[in-house]
Write a protein that binds this ligand. Sequence first.
Ligand code: DAH
Length: 339
Amino acid sequence: MIDTIKTHLQDVEVYQASSLDEVEQFRIAYLGKKGHITQLFADFRNVPNEEKKEYGQLLNQLKTEAQTKVKELQTQLSGSQTPKGLLNDITRPGQPIALGARHPISIVRDKVIDVFSRIGYGLSSGPEVEDDWHNFSALNLPEHHPARDMQDTFFVQTNPDVMLRTHTSSVQVRHMEANRPPIRILSPGRVFRNEAISARSHCVFHQVEGLYIDKNVSFADLKQTLMYFTKAIFGTAEIRLRPSYFPFTEPSAEVDIYWGLETEADYRITKGTGWLEIMGCGMVDPQVLKNCNIDPEEYSGFAFGMGLERMAMLLYQIEDIRMFYENDVRFLKQFTSIS
Ligand code: DAH
């Protein structure tokens, strides 16, 4: 019987495990309720009297050593299931690092900023919660003006003077009030409209506003600037300016680019015309300049405004505007390699 304990002592001493599961099995085999040690304690009463002392001492020693072994192996293996040697193997392949992607709206916004910064445009920003003056009145949209109906507004609580801005044109006003010409700015930002959400429209979206005020700025300057821009972003300077109406510009125009009619999709998105509307623009109305304390006899300028979602949808062929806001990683990770 004493020999059995001695054999166990040797086994415990040399025992090695390669996983925590194995250590647990070892623990159960020795220290569990039906394990060797419990069994050997139960056998104690059958041990001949003259052997009892040695038996007892060895058995206690076996118990302590088994407990120590379990503790040691647990510490060694916890934290990593990998056998120790492997951890030191510097030739092991690295863990893959999942790359994040930039949001397509950010990508397009930064492209637009970059293109205009090359011709001297700086950035300007304004608040998303606006007052009536900056969002409407200063822009030639007095109360009850029918053009206010073009933009369904979210008012803040019941105060008709406080609203979520419906366009970034409000930043034009703020910038002109606080700065003297020459002015050359771009204002990207979030805008809000009380509209039903569908594949084509959303109640929150992004615009970029552009404004250039100086002496002798003409419509020809506006056209050149737009051609430079469409060439840089869409790869074509073939544009047309369709007469339009905005209360804050006179004359006003809608900018179309020639998209082409090569594929079935081209027919669909251009409605068979080959032309695509991408933004609104015009010469800043003299009354708007006056509202911002700029003398229209001395200065003139142009402004333009575009929707970033629309641009991103065209550039990356995204069919549904809601994709931008759903945070679906399967959609977002497609932009990993686009900068
Ligand atoms: N604010 C217009 C809108 O939200 C866009 C726009 C049109 C801005 C013409 C301009 C402009 O600066 O000149 O629909």
